[in-house]
Design a protein around this ligand. Sequence first.
Ligand SMILES: Cc1cc2nc3c(=O)[nH]c(=O)nc-3n(C[C@H](O)[C@H](O)[C@H](O)COP(=O)(O)OP(=O)(O)OC[C@H]3O[C@@H](n4cnc5c(N)ncnc54)[C@H](O)[C@@H]3O)c2cc1C
Length: 474
Amino acid sequence: MSHARFAPVTDSIVRELRSICGDANVIFGDASRLARYSRDQVPEKHSHVPPEAVVMPGAAAEVQAVMRLANRELIPVTPRGAGSGLSGGAIPVFGGICLSMERMNRILEVDTANLVAVVEPGVVTNKLDETLKPLGLFFAGYPMSEEICTLGGNVAHNAGGGRAVKYGVTRRYITGLDVVTPSGELLTLGGKRFKDVTGYDLVGLMVGSEGTLGVVTRIIIRLLPRPRYRRSLLVLFDGVRPAIETVPEIVIGGRMVPASIEFMDRISFQEACRSLKESLPWERAGAAMLLESDGSHEAQVAEEAAMMESVCRARGPLDVFTADSEVDSARFWKIRKQIPWTLKALSTHSSIEDIVVPVGEIPAIVEKIQGLEKEYAVRVPVFGHAGDGNLHAHPLKDPLSTEAAWYELIPRLLTDLYTATAALGGTISGEHGIGSKRRQFLPLVMGAGQIDLLRRIKQAFDPNGILNPGKIFD
Ligand SMILES: Cc1cc2nc3c(=O)[nH]c(=O)nc-3n(C[C@H](O)[C@H](O)[C@H](O)COP(=O)(O)OP(=O)(O)OC[C@H]3O[C@@H](n4cnc5c(N)ncnc54)[C@H](O)[C@@H]3O)c2cc1C
């Protein structure tokens, strides 16, 4: 998708980019290498667009110089972490420059006196976790894609993961950021302090801004003591209803905050187990819950796990499996983590969704999704972070229907799904972001006045609209 307001990346621009970042750190004119940067993990292949050039800066000063050049020449710039996103956020929809942060991948400091880590944005999230483990610390806002995503991407999407029900999402842990603005200015926002009400909360604004307001070049992350004990339960039910109804019972009725409440419907759970050749008796399961408690006191962790187990047992589960060791718990999580990959492989066309509703509405939205399955005659497996009210419905194209029929059906199905979600007090993305994938649907959940305010904030940071255009609302 070209755009009249943007200029192309010419040979002379490439010479300037090479003088800023070094010859080896600019890709231009090599279609197969550029293609690697044309996509993220959204399954919709038609959304892939290669950049005209990829630039891999090694320092904030290089990011500043690239942004000054792009702003002067009106060339679009799309920041990129690992490309694991699920909203098309890192797809350079207007071509231009892909600003890949892969070389800025150092953990600069683990400050145990202040319980913070200072990192560059290209650090793979799991690498920070491996560094923190022996110190008895952790970054609690990490997503479940931790092995393949970067901390810069986590900040840009305000990522959340399997433990957000207890620990919250990325924003809670970001105390400071260095950010390069679209015109090339370097802003140092916040710091190592845990409280700060000095003016507007620009750190909070940057977290979740999907790379549209500035390029993050340094991140200060608050750390927590790593929980010493955890207990996981994998509970198999014969149907969706008894499984999903445990969620409000545990979260609201139970008056406790478990570490994880993950839901998997029949297709999600069975297909993931099948692809892993899992020996658990998964064939009978109509749904499964993965529940976990953690903490510093063994007795309390055991008590919370027992409470969750009794809620589940009252609903007549098929089986309850418990794990006290890291190895057994990892086995349960492996099944849950396998689901997005398995579902994506089940069909040539699919759409991974990220709706979120108030947690008491979880049973109602699952029922609505089941209704949509029947109405549209497509399979819509559903799984996700049920304890946060955040579910990933994953419509799959029927193998017997045509591609044209799928592209005609999917916007209607999503409109119905999002409208039902909004009617329950929910919204269209809990953690994956709007990106390019969902921007056409934003007016379903946000009024014109609010969208206009977002546009004016964007305008204040990026008057020329060169940073990650075509995302959120452009
Ligand atoms: C199997 C699977 C499981 C997943 N599970 C979860 C989950 O549990 N929770 C969750 O929240 N997400 C999940 N995701 C989605 C994804 O992994 C996260 O959104 C992740 O935070 C993206 O990180 P990334 O480095 O891959 O970013 P990318 O995909 O490269 O980019 C994402 C966005 O961040 C922007 N960006 C990247 N770096 C910077 C920077 N330095 N400065 C400014 N903007 C930047 C990009 O422009 C883009 O808009 C999952 C994805 C997959 C494939």
